[in-house]
Design a protein around this ligand. Sequence first.
Ligand SMILES: NC(=O)c1ccc[n+]([C@@H]2O[C@H](COP(=O)([O-])OP(=O)(O)OC[C@H]3O[C@@H](n4cnc5c(N)ncnc54)[C@H](OP(=O)(O)O)[C@@H]3O)[C@@H](O)[C@H]2O)c1
Length: 327
Amino acid sequence: MQYRNLGKSGFKVSEIGVGCWQLGGDFGAMQAERAEAVLKQADACSINFWDTADVYGAGLSEQRIASHCTNYPCKQRIIATKVGRDSRLYPDNYSKAAIKANIEASLQRLKLESLPLIQLHCLPEPVLKAGDVLAYMEDFQQQGLIQHFGVSVETLDEALFAVKHPKLSSIQTIFNLFRQDHSSELFPEAQANNVGIIVRLPLASGVLAGKMKKDQVFSEQDHRNYNKDGEFFSVGETFSGVPFELAVELAEELKLLVPEGMSPAQMAMRWILDHAAVSSVITGASTAEQVKENASVSALKPLDKALHQKLSDFYFDKVKQHIRGVM
Ligand SMILES: NC(=O)c1ccc[n+]([C@@H]2O[C@H](COP(=O)([O-])OP(=O)(O)OC[C@H]3O[C@@H](n4cnc5c(N)ncnc54)[C@H](OP(=O)(O)O)[C@@H]3O)[C@@H](O)[C@H]2O)c1
């Protein structure tokens, strides 16, 4: 596993991280044994960057991480969690006291004294831009409640606003073969301001792994069922905003471009790592086998220039115009 700097935090994070939304059950129920197997495999693959949030399974994802870390102590792990989407805060109760209470609840669940990295979790744009919440983060940092802070965003505008904050360590954003825009405007700014880019949805909720069928049935608890067309949260999130059946068709077409010896999922993640501004790709995993395959991407050679050009042409010709939600 290779490691990269995470902006101003000084952390060296694994190029492939593990996204722990799945541990909370939003990709279908996950038994404790399988959750444990995912985290054990992350350790075995030297993945030291784990992304979660207070709301994933209403705290279950954080609790499962804490229980694993208690059973298998290790100083190298960097747990990044998020605050801001819990119903005690969202959409309009971002008082300092309320946010602090939520951070303290995460500390308790994670059994930590200080959070290595807290990310503001897709706050409503006016709340983020008012700046108060970012100022609270500076105070919490001074108090030692958190070590570093970043933002997780939906839009380029939000990212370009946050990137200028002098204390911001990271920006988490959607960036994948179906969502290529951020490399041109955001990434140079992030590098100029020493802000790490954390990439979520590298597989566009799994569809870029090329394993889904148009008539795929997702369980009731899976956001790929209940938020397929943005019914519960941003339409730009599930499947990266591409209508599902079209996403499956496009993923099938992309298979023709996959280099020999690679899987579609590996090509999709390698393409992201070929961007130097990216610190870590936090692929979500439902099984230990997926974690292993994802971690292997760090050892693969960069994709060649001709393939990069084809993947860019594919995006502009066939994908970009179909993306729903904000970009
Ligand atoms: N607003 C935010 O801040 C926000 C929003 C979304 C996600 N996130 C974070 O970002 C992480 C990643 O995003 P995501 O999980 O939504 O999307 P993703 O990483 O694009 O897709 C994850 C899904 O891809 C499939 N998968 C993973 N590895 C695979 C492999 N090697 N081969 C085949 N299929 C594979 C699995 O699907 P199956 O379950 O069907 O097997 C898995 O559930 C999340 O876990 C979460 O930590 C943050």
